[in-house]
Design a protein around this ligand. Structure first.
Ligand code: HEC
Length: 110
């Protein structure tokens, strides 16, 4: 009996630790789509009126490259002098990592 409760406790603890990973698509919709557009075409409703047009994120023509490292850096630090903010303070590491992966979906690579 004692062994069974120990096993139950273990199973419960492991499940609790393995919380669901952040949802890149939901994060994108909340934080990015306003400017970059729902599908990443750079045509979000907030894009109007900016001097620098939000980049299209839906193909591999990123000016600063599409490596995980380059994209994560932009999401974290932003692009100074443009409306593209850094999200290092607003989003956690695993949330920004999930966005890096979701942009691959928008580019049709995943
Ligand atoms: C306020 C509008 C705005 C929001 C919100 C925004 N961006 Fe941007 N983003 C821009 C603009 C404008 C540029 C282009 C800057 C430039 O190169 O002049 C840009 C550029 C980028 C680039 C670089 C693309 C390239 O060509 O190198 C990436 C990657 C990017 N954004 C990802 C994101 C992600 C991910 C989010 C959400 C966390 C986000 N952006 C939210 C406006 C925005």
């Amino acid at each position: 009996m004692r062994r069974i409760s120990l096993l139950l406790w273990l199973a419960f603890s492991i499940t609790a630790v393995q919380a669901a990973p952040p949802d890149g698509k939901a994060l994108y919709t909340t934080w990015c789509a306003g400017c970059h557009g729902a599908k990443g075409m750079g045509d979000g409703p907030d894009a109007k009126g900016f001097d620098s047009k939000p980049s299209s994120l839906a193909d591999s023509s990123y000016k600063r490259g599409t490596s995980d490292k380059a994209v994560l850096k932009i999401i974290t630090k932003g692009i100074p002098g443009t409306p593209m903010d850094g999200y290092g303070n607003k989003l956690k590491d695993d949330q920004r990592a999930a966005l890096v992966q979701y942009l691959k979906v928008l580019r049709g690579e995943k």
